[in-house]
Design a binder for this molecule. Structure first.
Ligand code: KG4
Ligand code: ZN
Length: 345
């Protein structure tokens, strides 16, 4: 079964065609991030206008790539697509609606069913794609940590479509904390998380004599809190005593330690057989390494699955995979944007 998926929840416009939820046939992503770097933050109206500008070329390019990789004529491509999938939330209403209307138009024109996908569940499914090296072979139950710009959640995936919510952030998301601290330390005005991480990893000087808090680390639950950490970073930075890379490193260590320890706790308490990492922050090298090492040390039989870098941030390949394994078919009038959707919806 081949699914064409569209993802337009924020500032990426993406389309992909995936076979049986695991085989990537074609993928295209355009981003309006450059515009938001100029304004130092996302202006929803600007993001939505860019979605309108990019959506047709992105779908067109995906179809051409698919016709090439399948060795078929572009005119015949629709015969090979069995369903259309689209992200319905969470995200920016104006951005979501562009992808939703494009998906409905394709479904209508081609006479295909339409599948609604939760963006956060999509991030988990970045782990289900076959890579050159391996087929994922994920064993359930799996503890999934979703860490993105807007969300931080841990869920127990008992099977496809059978999730138990374990916990999440009670204030800022992990990615949001990275971005806010990056801005505070002068390491990037918009989506500075990756830059902060690079700065931290390059720092080889002495450790900070003052430690930042590890919020909620010792609470016996799966909740996170990152907003106090940002205030603590500001207090340190305002002292003008420590180099910025040293503060960045300590900040990254604090966030990664809490994320890793809570995931270990979830594995221990639920007897999970695998760990699945997803969302933009899963591109963070320290988080990737620490999860693999610490889970490996404590639970040698548990396999940690981490998406390839290009599937960590927003893309439509993961959305197509989530659509295949969940097949949440909807009628046209039931496909509407749900900006405040959570991982529990
Ligand atoms: O999943 P995503 O692309 O968009 C949302 O659904 O929110 O996540 C974007 C987030 C941003 O906050 C970005 O700064 C963060 O992921 N991010 C990183 C890294 N790469 C991206 N955070 C820490 N370290 C990184 N290497
Ligand atoms: Zn995302």
């Amino acid at each position: 079964m081949k699914i064409l998926a569209i993802e337009s929840s924020c500032d990426e416009t993406a389309c992909a065609i995936v076979g049986n939820g695991t085989k990537e046939i074609a993928s295209e992503v355009a981003s309006s991030a450059d515009m938001h770097h100029i304004t130092g933050g996302i202006v929803p109206e600007v993001a939505a206008r860019k979605q309108v500008e990019y959506i047709v070329p992105v779908v067109d390019s995906t179809l051409h790539k698919a016709s090439e990789s399948l060795g078929i004529n572009i005119k015949d491509i629709k015969e090979h697509i069995d369903a259309i999938a689209v992200t319905v939330g969470p995200g920016l209403a104006g951005s979501l609606i562009v992808g939703i209307e494009a998906a409905k138009s394709l479904a209508l024109a081609w006479g295909r069913p339409i599948i609604a996908v939760n963006h956060l569940i999509g991030h988990i499914y970045a782990n289900f794609l076959e890579t050159d090296k391996e087929t994922p072979g994920i064993r359930f139950p799996a503890a999934a940590l979703v860490v993105s710009g807007g969300h931080t959640d841990i869920v127990l995936m008992k099977d496809h479509g059978n999730l138990e919510y374990l916990g999440g952030t009670i204030d800022d998301a992990a990615g949001e904390a990275f971005d806010k601290v990056a801005r505070l330390l002068g390491l990037g005005m918009y989506l500075g998380g990756a830059n902060l991480s690079r700065t931290a990893s390059e720092y080889t000087g002495v450790e900070l004599p003052e430690k930042l808090p590890r919020s909620l680390l010792h609470q016996n639950n799966y909740d996170f809190s990152f907003s106090g950490l940002k205030t603590a970073v500001k207090r340190l930075a305002d002292k003008n005593m420590y180099p910025v890379p040293a503060i960045a490193k300590e900040f990254e260590e604090s966030v990664v330690e809490v994320l890793t320890e809570k995931t270990l706790k979830a594995v221990e308490n639920t007897k999970a057989k695998s760990v699945l990492l997803g969302g933009g922050v899963s591109a963070n090298r320290k988080l990737r390494n620490d999860l693999i090492n610490k889970v490996g040390e404590k639970f040698p039989d548990v396999v940690v699955h981490i998406p390839p870098f290009r599937l960590c941030t927003d893309n439509a390949v993961s959305i197509a995979s989530a659509a295949y394994f969940n097949q949440n078919y909807k009628t046209f009038d039931n496909i509407t944007p749900n900006p405040s959707m959570t991982i529990k919806d």
